[in-house]
Design a protein around this ligand. Structure first.
Ligand code: 8DG
Ligand code: MN
Ligand code: MN
Length: 367
């Protein structure tokens, strides 16, 4: 009964970094469906399809109101035939047969369960599935050798599946801050990732630390840690300078031991065997995924922009920089290919300006 001419036509720029995407999503059913297909593609080593579904979902997240008919989508970018078919299916039949089929499929369910283990990627899960392993129980029975990360991931599986709250993120922030400042007076620690974008829960907590001269001592708090050295060396005047102890480590993907709220005032100590056998019912702490990123002050703005996300927003920023500005953006630096030099910045705003973009605050980077 609605005249087609009256149907609201949405207009959305094709790069996610030109859009303001808040957490106020008016089309969660559609975006959840497309995100699930993206996830399935990513888990199946089809990254191209994964990105296509992520881009389509991001366009719908940017719409100012719920979509009621496919005619409203005319002229929108990033909506390929496949995504449109899924959207039409949901708008007309209430559900997408492809999404429902995928959700029910043994393969997808197994890939999900296995890659939900910290330290297990799609490749490993794929190999295990080929060996007939579809569940945690089957994995434990199989005698597969697990690396240290996977052992820790399996041990803390249930904890790590629980979303992390903002209160927990803040509690960890205080502990990390205290540890950092005790070795490095004056160091800055910033909450990044989803919490910086205003999310109320996350799958982990991400921090940016600027910048250590020493390795941080968080030993008593970490149940697992893998640090990666900073391999980035600015090659601006010829040969790379040797790495100083300033960038001793760049990232630490860890599992953090967070005491229950009522216990938090008291100092934590080394793990005891008793801790490891704690009963869930009497738990006095929980495991939380924590990512620590360390950057020297000269790279702070790039690290901040590069680790705040969302993942798609970051990807789109780099695509914009490369394709539209002939610049290379990373979480360390911005290189201008035409001028043949690095562009220095001390704030995110400056980087947006170099890129010829309007500044988008973190809360509007939820593409
Ligand atoms: P969530 O934890 O609330 O579920 O979501 P999130 O905070 O948005 O996702 P995340 O997986 O914790 O990632 C946070 C940001 O970190 C995101 O922008 C992507 C970025 N990031 C990684 N890995 C890497 C990496 O290896 N290099 C760089 N430069 N950035 C990365 O997750
Ligand atoms: Mn995160
Ligand atoms: Mn993270």
């Amino acid at each position: 009964q609605i005249d087609e001419a009256e149907v609201v036509a949405f207009s959305v720029p094709s790069y996610a970094c030109l859009r303001r995407t808040t957490l106020d999503n008016h089309n969660p059913v559609l975006t959840d469906a497309l995100s699930l297909l993206a996830e399935n593609a990513e888990l199946s080593d089809e990254d191209g399809r994964g990105v296509a579904f992520r881009r389509a979902a991001a366009v719908l997240k940017a719409l100012p109101e719920p979509v009621t008919g496919v005619t409203q989508l005319r002229g929108l970018p990033c909506l390929g035939g496949h995504s449109l078919r899924v959207i039409r299916d949901i708008l007309e039949n209430g559900a997408s047969s492809e999404v429902e089929f995928t959700k029910q499929s043994e393969r997808f369910k197994a890939l999900k369960v296995l890659t939900d283990i910290f330290g297990v990627g799609a490749k490993t899960a794929e190999r295990w599935i080929r060996d007939g392993i579809h569940s945690l129980h089957q994995l434990q029975e199989s005698g597969q050798t697990l690396n240290r990360a996977q052992q820790a991931g399996l041990e803390h599986y249930d904890d790590l599946k629980q979303p992390v709250t903002k209160a927990e993120a803040d509690a960890i922030g205080e502990i990390v801050e205290e540890a950092v400042v005790s070795v490095l007076p004056g160091a800055q620690i910033t909450l990044i990732g989803g919490f910086r974008r205003g999310k109320l829960t996350g799958h982990d907590v991400d921090f940016l630390i600027t910048h250590p001269e020493e390795v941080l001592s968080l030993q008593g708090f970490l149940l697992y840690q893998k640090t990666t050295r900073n391999s980035y060396l600015e090659a601006k005047d010829g040969p790379a300078r040797p790495a100083s102890n300033m960038d001793r480590f760049e990232r630490c993907f860890s599992i953090f031991k967070l005491a229950d709220a009522e216990k938090r005032g008291t100092k934590q100590t080394e793990n005891t065997p008793e801790d490891t056998c704690r009963l869930a019912a009497h738990s006095r702490w929980r495991a939380v995924r924590v990512d620590l990123v360390v950057s020297p002050i000269s790279q702070f703005a790039f690290a901040l922009l590069g680790w705040t996300g969302s993942k798609l927003f970051e990807r789109e920023l780099r695509r914009w920089a490369g394709h539209e500005k002939a610049m290379s953006l990373s979480s360390h630096a911005l290189y201008d290919n035409k001028q043949g030099r690095y562009l220095k910045a001390t704030s995110e705003e400056e980087i947006f300006t170099y890129l010829g973009l309007e500044y988008i605050p973190p809360s509007e980077r939820n593409a």
